[in-house]
Each structure stands twice: as structure tokens, then as C-alpha cells.
Design a protein around this ligand. Structure first.
Ligand code: NAD
Ligand code: UDP
Length: 385
């Protein structure tokens, strides 16, 4: 039976140019598009390890509907041709790990702003739709974080719920280079929005709120550099796998809402297949019901990991570190991130489903199955140096 959109119209197969398709979100989006739809994906990235299972062997049922194009969008003239022959472009390419924002601010700004410019230009010039991935970090800090801790206003959602069309974007000073990422993302959002308003670009902007799940980032020393610092899920997974204490940055008081990647991908698919409802909008995509402090996340991950691995937790499960020690000079943090869901609910009728416990259980089961043996071997055979 033909698949229909939210308004009951048959969905026509389309060709999607997906830039950054080899990353965490891209790999899940490619999987979903291959298994549930008949769209074709031109997958653009410099790496393809996370989508290898979709590209080979040729006997896979979707063979012919996904093609990998290894190119760096910084300097490759093939990009325009790929956008030209697609109906829709999705741009996921970015440097997006906090450890880079204050230590590689130029690469961060170039990657998130300058390198995205040609993508916007080619979409505009060729009259193509663009779904651009921004971030919840464009909100920065909450208004509530500037109130005295004992102020009753701290409990008022108006001071902390993040709303696409109402909340201000509040960043730290320029010396706090952590905000290089948020600022570059904000500027590309404003540019895309202006191209829509002045020149008719058909766009959708996505603001992910801590999407997590299998294949996120890397485990240092196993499938990424030993000294690399990935995002928090992979940092804590690495510590649990190695039976080391989890590092709590600045006391672990910051709060986050985590959403299961598979729930979030459902929202992106709705945007892809319902252009009339998604175009011209900025969407928060997160799970407001899954809020924890980083300290609570540590406790929950420790319990879940014990359950899925069958190993007891270690005696000292956490260690405190300062952000300067962990991330270096210029780090700063978002205090709290709860997405308002009104717009995505109204336009696409979407809601997240998976609880934090359940999403950690499936994700840590994956981490254990994928990495436990490799870590054991790496610990048994330390490298020569
Ligand atoms: P990721 O790092 O796993 O994926 C990004 C991919 O882009 C990588 O595979 C990388 O190789 C590719 N890429 C980067 N620069 C490129 C270039 N010049 N040419 C070709 N490919 C390039 O990150 P992700 O978690 O999948 O995030 C995807 C997007 O979503 C990013 O724009 C990020 O800022 C945004 N985002 C994600 C989250 C989240 O929770 N995962 C949160 C906020 C924002
Ligand atoms: N964090 C931590 N220990 C780690 C890694 C991260 O305490 O080993 C904290 C980090 O300071 C931040 C939160 O966890 O407050 C979320 O970090 P993530 O890397 O996911 O990035 P963010 O949500 O800030 O974009």
C-alpha cells in the first residue's frame, strides 16, 4: 500500500542529498530511509564506517537506493551537482563536540558557518529544499540562570523552557570560546531564515536536544583517538567499559534532556515527507520528560550498565574534575535545556516516546556488545609506548 503524508496524500519517492550522512544522526537517518521508505539517498561524507552495513553487500533489498560520495564539502566542486540532481538537501556536516569548541574555535566556526554557506547558496540557486541541522545550543543559557538561586521565579517555566519563536539566545563572553559553536550555528540559522524571507528559500531548521543512542561518537583508543574527548554518552560509556570512575565536570549540576535517536529520527522523517507543514519552521526536537542533572545521569548509567553487563559497579563510581582540567581554558556550560514542544506538535503531531531508562538500556547493551571485548584486549595488551 502506498505510504501517505499527514494530509493523506501519497508520498512520491524523492532523491535526498544527505551531507554528513556518515555521522551518528546521518547513519540512523539513512537506515530509516532505506528500511521504511522508497527514497534514494546520495550520502556525502568524508567517512562511511557507520553506514558500511547499508552500502554492502549489493544484495541488500535497498541496493541502488543509497550511494556514498566521499567528499569534503570545504573544497569539492562535485557538491553542487549532487544538490542539483536531488529534490531535498539535508545538511548534518559539522564539528559538534564540546571539547573542540574552545580548543579549535576556528575549525568550529568554519565548519558550522563558512562551510555551510555554499550548501545554502546551491539550494537557493537551484530552487531546492534544505533541511539544516542547527542545535539547542543556540539558546545558550536560560534566563533563570541569572536569577538568585533562591528566587521563586526559578520555578517559573517562563524562565527556563526554550521556545523557538520566543526565547532569547544568551551566550557567555567572547573569551569563553565554548560559544563559538552556538554563535556560528545561530548565524547560519539567521542567514537561512533571511534567505527564506528575502529570496524564497524553502527551508526547515532542526534544533536537536541531546539525541543519543548507538554509534554516537567513538570510544577513545578503540575506534577513535586515545586522547579524544567525545560527547558525554561516549565519555561515560568508555569509563564504564574500562571500569574507571566517571568524570563529573564542575560537580555535574548542569541539566540536560536526552532523547532516543530512534524517536528523533521519526520527527525528521515527518519533516522530510511533509514539506508543506515543515517548511519555514524551526523545530526543537527533544524529550522534555527525560530531564536529569549530569550527576543523576551518572547514577542511572552506572545502574543500567551493571544490569546489561552483569558486572557490579566499581567502589568509587565518580571523580570530580574542573571544566578547566577536563576541557581547557574557555569552557562554559548551558545550565538547563528543556524544549518547548508546541510547534512540532502542532505542525507534525510528533511526540517522543522512549524513557531515559529504556533508551540507556538499549544504548548501553549496544555499547557493551560492541566494545567490551575490544576494551578487554586493549587493557591486556597495552601499546608499546
Ligand atoms: P557527527 O559528528 O556524528 O556527524 C557529522 C558528520 O559530518 C561526520 O560524519 C563528519 O565526518 C561529517 N562532516 C563534517 N565536516 C564535513 C565536511 N567538511 N565534509 C563532509 N562531511 C563532513 O554528529 P551528529 O551527532 O550526527 O550531528 C549531526 C548534526 O546535528 C550536526 O550539525 C550537529 O551540530 C547537530 N546536532 C546534533 C546533536 C546531537 O544530539 N547529536 C545535538 C545538537 C546538534
Ligand atoms: N560532562 C561530564 N563528564 C564527561 C563529559 C561531559 O560531566 O565526561 C558534562 C558536560 O560538562 C556537560 C554535559 O556533561 O555539562 C553534557 O555534555 P555533552 O558532551 O553531551 O555536550 P552538551 O550537552 O554540553 O552539548
Amino acid at each position: 500500500m502506498a505510504r501517505v503524508d499527514l494530509d493523506g496524500n501519497a508520498i512520491k519517492p524523492m532523491t535526498i542529498c544527505m551531507i554528513g550522512a556518515g555521522g551518528f544522526i546521518g547513519s540512523h537517518l539513512c537506515e530509516k530511509l532505506m528500511s521504511d521508505t522508497s527514497h534514494t539517498v546520495l550520502a556525502v561524507d568524508v567517512y562511511n564506517d557507520k553506514i558500511k552495513h547499508l552500502l554492502e553487500p549489493e544484495s541488500l533489498p535497498w541496493s541502488g537506493r543509497i550511494q556514498f560520495h566521499r567528499l569534503d564539502i570545504k573544497n569539492d566542486s562535485r557538491l553542487e551537482g549532487l544538490i542539483k540532481c536531488s529534490d531535498l538537501t539535508i545538511n548534518l556536516a559539522a564539528i559538534c563536540t564540546p571539547a573542540d569548541y574552545n580548543t579549535r574555535p576556528l575549525d568550529t566556526i568554519y565548519s558550522n558557518f563558512i562551510d555551510a554557506l555554499p550548501v545554502v547558496k546551491y539550494c537557493l540557486e537551484n530552487n531546492k529544499r534544505l533541511i539544516h541541522f542547527s542545535t539547542c545550543e543556540v539558546y545558550g543559557k536560560t534566563i533563570g540562570s541569572f536569577l538568585p538561586k533562591d528566587s521563586p521565579l526559578c520555578q517559573d517555566p517562563a524562565y527556563y523552557i526554550l521556545k523557538e519563536d520566543a526565547s532569547p539566545c544568551i551566550f557567555g563572553s567572547v573569551e569563553k570560546q565554548r560559544w563559538s559553536y552556538a554563535c556560528a550555528k545561530q548565524l547560519i540559522e539567521r542567514l537561512i531564515y533571511a534567505e527564506g524571507a528575502e529570496n524564497g528559500l524553502e527551508f526547515t531548521i532542526v534544533r536537536p536536544f541531546n539525541w543519543i543512542g548507538p554509534r554516537m561518537d567513538f570510544i577513545p583508543g578503540i575506534d577513535g583517538p586515545s586522547e579524544g574527548v567525545p560527547r558525554v554518552l561516549a565519555c561515560f560509556s568508555n569509563n564504564l567499559l574500562r571500569r574507571e570512575p566517571l568524570k563529573l565536570v564542575d560537580g555535574g549540576e548542569s541539566q540536560r534532556t536526552f532523547i532516543y535517536i530512534k524517536d528523533a529520527i521519526e520527527a525528521v522523517l515527518l519533516m522530510i515527507e511533509n514539506p508543506a507543514r515543515a517548511s519555514g519552521h524551526i523545530f526543537n526536537v527533544g524529550n522534555p520528560n527525560n530531564e536529569v542533572t549530569v550527576r543523576q545521569l551518572v547514577e542511572m548509567m552506572t545502574k543500567v550498565y551493571s544490569k546489561v553487563s552483569g558486572e557490579d559497579a566499581i567502589q568509587t563510581p565518580t571523580v570530580d574534575v574542573s571544566s578547566k582540567e577536563f576541557y581547557g581554558e574557555g569552557y562554559d556550560d548551558s545550565d538547563k535545556r528543556i524544549p518547548d514542544m508546541t510547534i512540532i506538535n502542532k505542525q507534525l503531531g510528533w511526540n517522543p516516546k522512549t524513557s531515559l531508562w529504556d533508551l540507556l538500556e538499549s544504548t548501553l547493551t549496544y555499547q557493551h556488545r560492541t566494545y567490551a571485548e575490544a576494551i578487554k584486549q586493549a587493557i591486556a595488551k597495552p601499546s608499546a609506548n
